[in-house]
Write a protein that binds this ligand. Structure first.
Ligand code: GAR
Length: 194
């Protein structure tokens, strides 16, 4: 890609992964620009981070649904991302399932980070699932998004041990250290293929 690639980021929470992407850009290790951050949670810290960087931060209207991502909302997000001329959509702790209205507008251009070694422990609270299952190893996965739940083609993974005294929180913290390295590196990999 000859121009600086334009990233649109969707998140629902703290935005530490979004921060790692921003930091990699600032450090010059990721050649890209975050052009918009969108969240379904109006007071999510990810939006505050974006505003502090001077990046447009917008709330996704999900029509009052707690977990559903209505088709109209997905279509509106797709339109907004197009207006920002986004090249790659990065889900960074986004907790709603992306489906056709958004997927079809960005074929092979939506990626996600998930806190487990997929195909193990898809879905919510993957770190807690790993502890509860007695797993001895977990990690994180960056993958393309398809219509399934965390089922798209895998771009890369990083592994961490699950220690005997781990709680869900301590395991998640160890996984996040790896997420923050893996996601910017996998974004670079995807952008090189565009
Ligand atoms: C991350 O651990 C991410 O992998 C996970 O949510 C956390 C968000 O943290 N995503 C999922 O569980 C998606 N199903 P962050 O807001 O600090 O980046």
């Amino acid at each position: 890609m000859s121009k600086v690639p334009r990233l649109g980021i969707l998140g629902s929470g703290s935005g530490s992964n979004c921060q790692s992407i921003y930091d990699a850009i600032q450090a010059g290790t990721l050649n890209a620009e975050i052009v918009v951050v969108l969240s379904d949670i109006p007071d999510a810290f990810i939006l505050e981070r974006a505003r502090s960087w001077g990046v447009p931060a917008e709330v996704i209207d999900c029509g009052g649904f707690k977990t559903k991502f209505p088709d109209e909302s997905q279509a509106a997000v797709a339109a907004r991302l197009k207006e920002y001329d986004v090249d790659l959509v990065c889900l960074a702790g986004f907790m709603r399932l992306v489906k056709a209205p958004l997927l079809n507008e960005f074929p092979n251009r939506i990626i996600n980070i998930h806190p487990s070694l997929l195909p193990n422990f898809p879905g919510l609270h993957a770190w807690e699932q790993a502890v509860n299952a007695g797993a001895t190893e977990s990690g994180c996965t960056v993958h393309y998004v398809d219509a399934g739940m965390d089922t798209g083609p895998i771009l890369g993974q990083a592994r961490v041990p699950v220690l005997p005294n781990d709680t869900a929180a301590s395991l998640h913290a160890r996984i996040q250290v790896e997420e923050h390295k893996l996601y910017p590196a996998m974004i670079t990999k995807v952008l090189e293929s565009l």
